[in-house]
Design a protein around this ligand. Structure first.
Ligand code: SAM
Length: 286
């Protein structure tokens, strides 16, 4: 069965999301774009070729151009020139959504600045999949991508995220996840709830739940394999900066009275109701 169809694509750059595990998570529109674009470009040409093969999308004589942000100006210039010639260019990451902890930034910026159409064929991304499965609040989240590898820099980066609003989301390598969890427990607080989401959409998909201290202890000496997203619940009042509390309150005041918002936020965070109420008055809540 052929799932794609060739369509008339307007000239422009199409950012195509690809599966993060299960090949059939590709969208039909992504297949249409891949089948129809004049030019194909990819972070990893082999992965895109394989994905197209799996879904029976013919290359039709097209070459896949290798592109990542460090490919240098030459590769980018070629893609921009194709856009300038009125061609449609499809760009895909090795897995997931381009631009999300993946290349594409300079290409997108320059295409936008030159006035070309930039659009997407959206689809899988590990950050959204992990949030969907984690069972932690998702009304707000802070995506922090990959933390620095070195211990000192990692602790500093975690320190800066202590009062960040919403659930924290990190991409992490299996080699470092144990050390990362133990630094996070030390810097953010041992009792914060966390999730280690591994191999999402794949055969050995797993979501481990626990506090930071529990997960750090579990994973300290374990040889973990696969791809990982770590989720950490938002800090409680003692760790929450005024800025984070104020942001949360302002959002609640859009739909709640100050009295109700102060009650709810005090219960949620453990912060003093009076402090929250006062803050609410200062930002115009009633
Ligand atoms: N652009 C991709 C996206 O939209 O999710 C992310 C690319 S980033 C270079 C790769 C990282 O994403 C992995 O190291 C891992 O942290 C996370 N990741 C990707 N696929 C995953 C999966 N199936 N399960 C868990 N984490 C995944």
């Amino acid at each position: 069965m052929v799932n794609h169809k060739e369509v008339e694509l307007a000239a422009g750059l199409y950012l195509v999301a690809t599966p993060i595990g299960t090949a059939r998570d590709i969208t039909l529109r992504a297949l249409d774009v891949l089948a129809s674009a004049d030019v194909l470009a990819a972070e990893d040409t082999r992965s895109l070729r394989k994905l197209m093969e799996i879904h029976g999308v013919p290359l039709g004589g097209r070459r896949i151009v290798a592109y990542h942000d460090h490919s240098g100006k030459g590769a980018r210039a070629r893609l921009l020139a194709a856009l300038g010639d009125g061609q449609s260019v499809a760009y895909a990451s090795e897995a997931g959504t381009p631009m999300i902890a993946d290349p594409g930034y300079h290409l997108v910026r320059e295409a936008q600045q030159a006035g070309y159409l930039v659009t997407s064929a959206p689809g899988p991304s590990a950050v959204i999949t992990a949030l969907t499965l984690g069972g932690l609040p998702t009304d707000r989240f802070t995506f922090a991508g990959f933390l620095p590898n070195a211990g000192g820099a990692r602790k500093k980066a975690l320190e800066a995220l202590r009062g960040a609003a919403g659930t924290l989301v990190f991409y992490e390598s299996p080699k470092r996840v144990g050390a990362m969890l133990s630094d996070a427990a030390e810097i953010l607080g041992e009792g914060r709830a966390a999730r280690v989401c591994r191999e999402l959409t794949k055969r050995f998909e797993e979501v481990r739940c626990g506090t930071l201290a529990e997960l750090a202890a579990q994973m300290k000496d374990e040889a973990v394999k696969g791809e990982i997203v770590v989720l950490i619940e938002e800090g409680r009042a003692a760790e929450m900066s005024d800025e984070a509390l104020r942001l949360r309150l302002a959002q609640m005041l859009e739909t709640m009275s100050l009295r109700d918002a102060a009650d709810t936020l005090a219960a949620e965070t453990g912060a003093k109701r009076r402090r929250i109420y006062q803050m609410g008055l200062e930002i115009g809540g009633r």
